[in-house]
Each structure stands twice: as C-alpha cells, then as structure tokens.
Design a protein around this ligand. Sequence first.
Ligand code: THU
Length: 135
Amino acid sequence: MDYAELSVMADEARENSYCIYSDFSVGAALLTKGGKVYQGCNIENASYPAGICAERTAFSKAISEGEREFSAIAIAGGPKGEKPNDAYPCGICRQFMNEFVKGDEFDVIVVHNDMSYSVHKLSELLPYSFGPESL
Ligand code: THU
C-alpha cells in the first residue's frame, strides 16, 4: 500500500460522508503497521458539535477492532462533489491521533486537488504535544 493508493482510498471514503450542514465532505484512510486500511468519513449532526471528523471516525473504527499500531493516515476533503483540496486535520483530530502514535513516526498525508499529496509527520502538525507520556 503506497501513499498514492492510500490517498485514493481517502478520497473514495468521502462518498459516504454525512455532511448535510456543511456540504464539505472529508474522507480518511488509516494504514496500520500490519498493512490494513480503515476508512472513515465525517458524520455531522443537527447538534453541530456532536459531529465527528473523518480522521476520528477512521481511528475509532480501527481502535474498536483492536488495532493499536499505525503508520499513516491520508486525508482528502473539500466541497462535496468537488475534488479534494488540502484539508489539513483539525486541532481536535491532531490531539486524538497523538494518543495512539508517536508523532515523529506517523505520517499525515494531505491530498491536493490533482491527487498529488504532501506528507507531514504528526509532530510537525502538533509540536510540543501533550500525550500519554506527559502524565
Ligand atoms: N472535518 C473533518 O472531517 N476533518 C477535519 O480535520 C476538518 C473538518 C469535517 C468536519 C465537518 O463535518 C466538515 O469537515 C466541515 O468542517
């Protein structure tokens, strides 16, 4: 599974996005160290803060299936029906992911408009983080 394929899987996950309030569909594809992929999408709610982002959906699916070792996540987001366009993970998702990975060992892949992508370490997006080792 290379990052180009993972990016396509993230974009495909947007198809199931429930985003009737924002019309902004986000998909994520989370790669485990064992090579399995968990996809997720954003799921909005009439009580807006009750919605969940694609990244946390993907992580929640994986964690609840017993997965604990992750190598990368691809994220594709943009206005529904349009090509993805640089949807960087929100602050809550950065913190959520940080719980389960070492920031300097986990790649966050952000998909651009032409399906090319940028690769960042989570530690780059969430420096000086507070995590399990902090307690
Ligand atoms: N969203 C995500 O799914 N992931 C992010 O990291 C940023 C935002 C979703 C939440 C909401 O459903 C929509 O995008 C607009 O904010």
